[in-house]
Write a protein that binds this ligand. Structure first.
Ligand SMILES: [Zn+2]
Length: 228
């Protein structure tokens, strides 16, 4: 694939553009609402601790983590990790992100099926993302098309993972917006700011899945053309 292939540009470029657009949009929205303080003035850490306490969840730590937009819930360590811009900030972005990560905690506690499916796919993804493209390249180079198709199968695991990620993320954001209202963490119009941040984040997951789908489509087209 080290030669000029117009098909590559036709299929892959739209996916890349969508990814860039989604990433710049999430950063822009995040920064915009990082400057808007919530009227309750609760920090991200306080929001997370409040949600966990009110939902009767014990044994889940809330701790800071380095970086920007590195916030996540680690189900293995039972820890909600909030980035520097979220942990100690009382902005709308901080409340939205902290509540979203608590949404993942609730999914874990309740055994949300897509979260379990997503976790089950992790080993296949680690293998597929590395091995898939290598098998496809090797298969095409040595004209071993069975090998190339096996690579496509491995790469399909990556797409499956990204597709399963969508309901997990959408559900965590839905839970987050319900929680900030229900527990009075955000008031009135502030809900809209939190929703804008979480919607922008959702688009990055959509763009990533779309990009993986386009890559898979490209590989399939390439192997079909060469093997016929
Ligand atoms: Zn999430």
């Amino acid at each position: 694939m080290f030669y000029f292939d117009p098909l590559y540009f036709v299929i892959i470029i739209p996916g890349m553009l969508l990814m860039f657009w989604a990433q710049s949009r999430v950063k822009g929205t995040y920064r915009k609402y990082s400057k808007v303080q919530s009227s309750m003035g609760m920090t991200g850490a306080h929001v997370a601790q409040t949600i966990l306490a009110k939902k009767g969840i014990r044994g889940v730590k809330v701790e800071p983590v380095a970086g920007e937009l590195t916030d996540h819930y680690d189900p293995g360590a039972k820890a909600v990790r909030l980035s520097q811009g979220i942990y100690g900030s009382s902005s709308l972005s901080a409340a939205a992100v902290a509540a979203h990560e608590c949404g993942h905690v609730l999914q874990d506690v309740q055994g949300y099926k897509f979260m379990n499916l997503r976790a089950a796919l992790v080993p296949a993804v680690n293998l597929g993302s590395r091995l898939g493209p290598i098998l496809i390249m090797a298969g095409l180079f040595f004209q071993l098309f069975g090998l190339a198709w096996l690579g496509v199968f491995f790469f399909a695991a990556v797409l499956a993972f990204q597709v399963v990620t969508l309901p997990v993320e959408f559900d965590a954001s839905r839970r987050a917006l319900r929680l900030v209202d229900e527990l009075g963490i955000l008031q009135g119009e502030e809900h809209k700011g939190a929703k804008a941040v979480l919607d922008a984040a959702a688009w990055t997951y959509v763009a990533t899945a779309f990009y993986a789908a386009l890559n898979l489509l490209y590989y399939i087209t390439l192997i079909s053309r060469r093997s016929s």
